[in-house]
Ligand binder design. Structure first.
Ligand SMILES: Nc1ncnc2c1ncn2[C@@H]1O[C@H](COP(=O)(O)OP(=O)(O)O)[C@@H](O)[C@H]1O
Ligand SMILES: [Mg+2]
Length: 148
């Protein structure tokens, strides 16, 4: 399994445990249960952190051999330009056809929509868990896939 997918799997695991915790708080409070949940959550998060570190050092290795931009100062403007994306596991199910989004540096943007509308996918693309099929994701005007 690719590291990117492993990282995402661990995130999902952590998310599922957090959801479980919230619903168990709603129903019944058990100290032992809460402690167990916190331990599980911590372990899952640690797993994803380790994988994320491994992945970024792997990428550093890759980008060092291939070159790649280094941003001296990041102001933080994010732009999605005509982004097309489908998950590798479901290539015929195109999630974004022509997504355009511009977030000025320092601004906050809320993604609002029903479950399955693509909020998490925007973030997964921003985090470079996946590459867009077409279009560009720019950080300070530079294609973020080209940044070390
Ligand atoms: N890992 C994945 N593999 C294939 N399809 C996925 C995956 N994750 C999400 N999807 C699909 O992508 C679409 C957008 O999902 P998602 O970004 O998770 O929406 P939201 O976060 O708004 O609930 C949905 O149709 C969902 O089924
Ligand atoms: Mg989501």
């Amino acid at each position: 399994m690719g590291l990117a997918r492993k990282v995402r799997k661990e995130y999902i695991k952590a998310g599922a445990i957090a959801e479980q915790a919230i619903s168990s708080i709603r129903t019944v409070y058990s100290f032992v249960g809460e402690k167990k949940t916190i331990n599980e959550y911590t372990a899952a998060l640690n797993g994803s952190m380790k994988l994320a570190e491994a992945r970024s050092s792997q990428r550093r290795g890759n980008s060092e051999s291939m070159g790649g931009e280094t941003l001296q100062n990041v102001s933080g403007e994010v732009e999605f330009k005509n982004v097309k994306f489908a998950y590798p596991s479901r290539p015929t199910n195109v999630i974004f056809h022509n997504l355009n989004l511009k977030i000025s540096a320092g601004k906050k943007l809320a993604l609002v929509g029903v479950s399955g509308s693509g909020k998490s996918t925007v973030i997964a693309l921003l985090e470079r868990f996946y590459d867009p099929l077409d279009g560009q994701i720019l950080l300070d005007g530079i294609c973020h896939g080209a940044i070390k």
